[in-house]
Each structure stands twice: as structure tokens, then as C-alpha cells.
Design a protein around this ligand. Structure first.
Ligand code: GDP
Ligand code: IMO
Ligand code: MG
Length: 433
């Protein structure tokens, strides 16, 4: 069996993937991003330093080798900024960038905003980072890839063609929009020169690494429910933000993907639009948002919050083939009493067996809740002390919450998290490569 572990968010993103990629990276050799782009925001806290990454794989604070594989879309400016920031922190950059990842251009970002306006009530509330339009160009087979970016002649040839059509398209929405092709070309040529030292054929590289027993972590961006094929379409992103995306996004065949760890937040959050049946709007929502610092890393938007939805999580366990789960942000629920969990749904008097998929029907589904006693508020220092002692020191009501989740999901809980720092982690079952 290959020595690979995938870390996947089982909800709508921001489950704490970054923290656990960093945690597991302590024993890994390579960390691989395989989907999405700088729509992601992954936060890591370790040794008193807070890192926020949009593109860099989350092994960077530990100076682990990072791979941005072919399934990603890359805004070169953002990547170069992250490299610079890490260098300023005296971190060694150990990065490999796929020659076949697609490149985000300014016109993609503009189109992202214009398309959203046109979609009206079907808009997902995107991060406006050009993710959808760049993946659209990839699927239409006229996208510009990293290989083109680092070859100025190819870049010029392809950019001229793409720019012409994009300009005409943008002008349909906004007749006054104008920009200069040469400026974009010169800017991107310079990005290509700077990124060239990192560019390789990552599929070949990673397959060799897997075959020689290298310990590899796959870091999903976004969450399973935002996934293009198995998420809440159209209110999601444009990549397969789940374990299914690993193979196409890296070139590693399915039989070489090892363990799958699903990250689950103790409640639910969502940024952007779309169904959220367990959403809360009252004081409780406000308290959870503040205690969990639920504001988007990328856009700063307040995240929508609601009760944990185990019907959703079961769906995530199914499509990802999750082996074990990690429960995060349990501390952020302190002082909330009672706490609820959605265990299923009712539609027209019938109990649902699986999601009806169409957002218009999900709208009419009524959550069925199980109610729990909450636990008292504690200071950060107290949570730190509890983490040091371990599981037995957790509040009794939290233990009931954790054990009930495990029973309902019929899935082992590998770790629980009671604070953002690497140390604020309690291991219940070792996850080994
Ligand atoms: P990701 O996108 O899945 O990597 O998650 P984000 O980093 O966007 O959002 C998770 C936020 O919660 C980050 O600010 C983390 O530092 C923080 N976090 C992670 N685990 C915990 C936890 O157990 N408790 C608290 N209070 N914060 C956590
Ligand atoms: P991480 O990796 C939460 C959401 C956006 C929007 C939809 C589509 O930090 O968990 P896009 O810009 O991708 O076209 O937006 O997806 N979204 C995220 N929500 N966490 C993320 O990433 C997200 N990336 C995209 O808010 O609803
Ligand atoms: Mg995030």
C-alpha cells in the first residue's frame, strides 16, 4: 500500500484542513495541493506564528516539500507573493509547480464578477478570483498553462488569441472595459521567468515518489459539498474539491491513494450563497461566529453558521470513502446551550434516504435535530491545559457530543481539536502513513 494520506473537508470549506495538514505534515515528506486556486484560505498556527495560505501547500511552515499539481489553477502573482512572504520569515522554499496547471489572468477575474451578476439568484457568491472562468477555459481547451507561461513565444501566441475573445465577451457585459494586451503579456512573462525554477512534470514526479515509498499528504481545497460533480451545484466551486479529484488532479492512479481523513467542524459554516438548511440567524449564530472567528480568510466576508449536519457529513463520508474523521473547533461552541445536530431530513412527511440533489427541492427539506447539553466557556489557556492532558480532561458534555457523532457516523474519530494551534489537538487514534 502506498504511503499517502488525503485531508478532505466534508462540508462547505473552512473545516480546519490547513491546521490538520500542518499537523500530519510533521510526519510527511511532501504536501500536494491538487484542486482549486487562491479561492482557498488555509490558516495554520504553530509556535506563536500564524500563517495564511491561498496556494502554497500547508506543509510550508515545516519547510516540507510542496507540490502544486495539475488540477490547480494558479494566479502567479498570488503565488509569488506567498513565496516572498515565506522567504521573509526565513523559510526554505521547497516547491514544485505543475507545468500543466492552468493560469488565472486578469480577464478571468473580471469575467467571474460579471458572470455572477448575470446569474442572479443562481450566483454562488464566488471569491471573484477568476476560478470558474479559468476552469471553463481549461474545459474548452483554450486555457493557458504554466508551460505556456514559462515559454514567452507560446505565451504570446496563446494570449493574443484568448485575449481577443475575452475582450469581446467582457465588452458584451461592459462596453467600456478596455485594457492593454501588451501590459498583461509583459507582466505574465515576468511571472513566468520568476516561477520557471519551480516548474516540472508533477505527475511523473509524484508517481515516482509514491512508488518509492515517499510519505505524501494530499491537501484538498474547499469542501466536498462545494465540489463540481458531487456538491450542491450550482452553489459550489469549479473543481472536484474531494478525494475523487486527487487522481485527475495529480495523475496518481486510484489504487495508489491510501487513507482518507475527513475534516468536520463541530458546527457548520458556509461562505457565499446556496442551501444551508441548518443555518442559524439569531444570537446563537452571532456567538458562534465570534467565538469561531468565522470571517473568510480570502474575502473577509462573515461566514454563515449553523448546526452540524450529519446527513451532509454521511454523504461526504460516502463520496470520499472516508476512513477516519477529525472534529475541529469544539472549543468555539463553548457557552452555547443547548447544542443541536441535524441527523436527517423530512420531505413531505417522508424521511429522506439521500439528498434530492436539486437545490429547489432541498429548500423544502426539514432538518430533524438531536439536542445536546452544552459545555461551559473557558479561556484559551484552559483549553491549552486540557489539550496537554488529553481526552479525559475534556468536559463531560463534550465527550457525549463526540461519542454520539462517532456512533451516528459509524466512523472512527482520529483527533479532536480545541484551538487553532498545532498543540491544541488531542489524538484519539494515530493516523500513520
Ligand atoms: P481550511 O480552509 O479548512 O483550512 O480552514 P480555515 O483555515 O479557512 O478556517 C479554519 C479556522 O479555524 C482557522 O482560522 C483556524 O486557525 C481555526 N481553527 C482550526 N481548528 C480550530 C479549533 O479547533 N479551534 C479554534 N478555535 N479554531 C480552530
Ligand atoms: P477553503 O479551501 C469556503 C465558495 C465561495 C462560493 C463558491 C464558489 O478555505 O475551504 P469560487 O471562487 O470557488 O468560484 O466560489 O465556493 N468557496 C469557499 N468557501 N472555503 C473555501 O476554501 C472556498 N473556496 C470557494 O464562497 O460560494
Ligand atoms: Mg479556508
Amino acid at each position: 500500500m502506498s504511503k499517502t494520506i488525503a485531508v478532505i473537508g466534508l462540508s462547505w470549506g473552512d473545516e480546519g484542513k490547513g491546521k490538520f495538514v500542518d499537523f500530519l505534515a510533521q510526519k510527511a515528506d511532501i504536501v500536494v495541493r491538487y484542486n482549486g486556486g487562491n479561492n482557498a484560505g488555509h490558516t495554520i498556527e504553530a509556535n506563536g506564528v500564524k500563517y495564511k495560505f491561498k496556494l502554497m501547500p500547508s506543509g510550508a511552515p515545516l519547510e516540507k516539500e510542496g507540490v502544486i499539481a495539475n488540477g490547480c489553477v494558479v494566479d502567479p502573482k498570488v503565488l509569488l507573493e506567498e513565496i516572498k512572504n515565506l522567504k521573509n520569515l526565513n523559510k526554505k522554499i521547497n516547491l514544485k509547480l505543475s507545468s500543466t496547471a492552468h493560469v488565472i489572468f486578469p480577464f478571468h477575474r473580471i469575467l467571474d464578477g460579471l458572470e455572477e451578476k448575470t446569474k442572479g439568484s443562481y450566483a454562488a457568491g464566488t471569491t471573484k478570483r477568476g476560478i470558474g472562468p479559468t476552469y471553463s477555459d481549461k474545459a474548452a481547451r483554450w486555457g493557458i498553462r504554466v508551460f505556456d507561461l514559462i515559454n514567452p513565444d507560446l505565451l504570446k501566441l496563446k494570449l493574443e488569441k484568448l485575449f481577443k475573445i475575452k475582450k469581446e465577451l467582457i465588452n458584451i457585459y461592459d462596453p467600456n472595459w478596455d485594457t492593454d494586451l501588451d501590459t498583461i503579456y509583459e507582466e505574465y512573462k515576468s511571472y513566468g521567468e520568476q516561477l520557471k525554477p519551480y516548474v516540472i512534470d508533477t505527475a511523473y514526479y509524484l508517481n515516482n515518489a509514491v512508488d518509492s515509498g515517499t510519505k505524501i499528504l494530499f491537501e484538498a481545497a474547499q469542501g466536498s459539498l462545494l465540489g463540481l460533480d458531487h456538491g450542491f451545484y450550482p452553489y459550489g466551486t469549479s473543481s472536484n474539491a474531494n478525494a475523487l479529484g486527487i487522481c485527475a488532479g495529480t495523475g496518481i492512479p486510484p489504487k495508489k491513494i491510501g487513507k482518507i481523513i475527513g475534516i468536520v467542524k463541530a458546527y457548520t459554516s458556509r461562505v457565499g450563497e446556496g442551501n444551508f438548511p441548518t443555518e442559524l440567524f439569531n444570537e446563537t449564530a452571532h456567538k458562534i461566529r465570534e467565538q469561531g472567528h468565522e470571517y473568510g480568510t480570502v474575502t473577509g466576508r462573515p461566514r454563515r453558521v449553523g448546526w452540524l449536519d450529519l446527513f451532509n457529513i454521511k454523504y461526504g463520508i460516502m463520496v470520499n470513502g472516508v476512513d477516519k474523521i477529525v472534529l475541529t473547533l469544539l472549543d468555539a461552541l463553548h457557552g452555547i446551550n443547548p447544542i443541536k445536530i441535524c441527523t436527517g431530513y423530512e420531505l413531505d412527511g417522508e424521511i429522506l434516504e439521500s439528498w434530492p440533489i436539486q437545490s429547489e427541492i432541498i429548500e423544502n427539506c426539514k432538518p430533524i435535530y438531536k439536542t445536546f447539553e452544552g459545555w461551559d466557556e473557558k479561556t484559551r489557556e484552559q483549553w491549552m491545559e486540557i489539550a496537554e492532558i488529553g481526552y479525559k480532561a475534556l468536559p463531560e458534555a463534550m465527550k457525549v457530543y463526540i461519542q454520539t457523532i462517532k456512533e451516528i457516523l459509524k466512523t472512527e474519530i482520529a483527533m479532536v481539536s480545541i484551538g487553532p494551534d498545532r498543540k491544541e489537538t488531542i489524538v484519539l487514534e494515530n493516523v500513520s502513513f
